[in-house]
Ligand binder design. Structure first.
Ligand SMILES: Cc1cc2nc3c(=O)[nH]c(=O)nc-3n(C[C@H](O)[C@H](O)[C@H](O)COP(=O)(O)OP(=O)(O)OC[C@H]3O[C@@H](n4cnc5c(N)ncnc54)[C@H](O)[C@@H]3O)c2cc1C
Length: 328
């Protein structure tokens, strides 16, 4: 088996996804560890500029599937294209950023290739000549070390923030066309249009203090206790994704891998479990205070101060103490 490492980069309108650069760095490290070559793969239409940008990285090649049929993402076309390309080139490992798009098609691709799939990887190392992948399990409470079995390619998705895009090694890579028959790649959906999510009004990355609300709040009607605490601290409200998905707060308040990345002086997380996708957006905060009724919640692993208790009791008590201390 070759030690070719492919990194499939996500792009939109020629702009490479932030997490794809992180995957490039992971691919470079993996290539060095296993003594292989790291090669990027781009799918889409009108990719000249994107390909030449990727070509400025230290990679053995940039493979490009550039065709009008791939202009919009559809899982059917992407799976068929990648299946044909991987079967032809036989890479040993294929890395992907763990984005919504990747999650949408990676299971199907693994099944069609009969390949091992290791999703949501946060670290890896070589042990006795084989690669051990680390990934969170049980909602991030534990980490599993996984080795892939079998002889086929190993498909891996890399969690946001696991590797640094800033550390991608620069170089010069040849750009090569994948030359596949794209007309054969059946689309399984019709894209009627693409709508951008409304731009955020709040820039949480500039907030010095953030009070962040999790699903543990239980009910939108309880939000005033969190607003009271935020007011007492002069803080902005932030939230985990379920809070946003439930419509309790607007989308521009989401913190995490698919929301904002924040580094305030003080971050208060109430009723937030500490899933990796949330942690990557707030773990750079200077002081983290976690309030959670479950003493084994992963958020306590990154917290400087932890309060184990029911937030419905703890939060109003903290607010009252703050008001008393400030003479309000
Ligand atoms: C591709 C992808 C991207 C994602 N992006 C993001 C992202 O950007 N941001 C994000 O946050 N998540 C994101 N997620 C979701 C993430 O995996 C978690 O599901 C989410 O962070 C969990 O939110 P939570 O901690 O509020 O809820 P839960 O995991 O349900 O945790 C609720 C916590 O509240 C505690 N609790 C319950 N009741 C109380 C109480 N009365 N008092 C105190 N504590 C209580 C519980 O013990 C528990 O720990 C993403 C997932 C995927 C797959």
């Amino acid at each position: 088996m070759s030690k070719k490492i492919w990194i499939v980069l996500q792009q939109r309108d020629g702009k490479i996804h932030k997490m794809a650069w992180e995957a490039v760095r992971a691919g470079q490290i993996l290539a060095a560890e296993v003594g292989g070559t790291a090669e990027a793969v781009l799918l889409g239409s009108g990719l000249e500029e994107a390909a030449s940008e990727v070509g400025q990285c230290s990679l053995a090649a940039v493979h490009v599937a550039d065709d009008a049929n791939l202009a919009e993402y559809t899982p059917g076309r992407f799976v068929r294209t990648l299946e044909a390309a991987i079967n032809a080139a036989q890479p040993a490992y294929v890395l992907f950023p763990h984005t919504y798009q990747t999650v949408d098609f990676l299971g199907r691709l693994a099944q069609s290739l009969d390949a091992a799939l290791v999703p949501e990887v946060v670290a890896f190392e070589t042990v006795d000549g084989s690669v051990e992948w680390q990934r969170p399990i049980l909602g991030g409470k534990m980490f599993a070390k996984v080795r892939a079995k079998g002889s086929g390619p190993v498909l891996v998705s890399l969690q946001s923030g696991a590797y640094s895009a800033d550390e991608v090694e620069k170089g010069s890579a040849p750009i090569e066309s994948l030359n596949l028959d794209y007309a054969d790649m059946a689309a399984d959906r019709e894209i009627l249009g693409v709508e951008e999510a409304a731009g955020g009004e709040v820039d949480l990355s500039q907030a010095p203090v953030i009070v962040s609300v999790g699903r543990g709040l239980g009910d939108e009607e309880k939000m005033p206790i969190m607003q009271d605490l935020a007011d007492a601290l002069g803080a902005e409200l932030g939230a985990s994704r379920p809070v946003i998905d439930s419509g309790w707060l607007p989308r521009d308040r989401q913190i995490g891998s698919s929301g904002q990345t924040v580094t305030p002086k003080l971050y208060v997380a109430a009723g937030i479990s500490g899933a990796i996708q949330h942690l990557v957006g707030m773990k750079g905060s200077q002081v983290i205070v976690a309030i959670n009724k479950d003493a084994s919640a992963p958020i306590f692993n990154v917290a400087d101060y932890g309060i184990v208790g029911d937030l419905h009791e703890v939060v109003p008590a903290v607010t009252a103490a703050l008001k008393e201390a400030s003479g309000d």
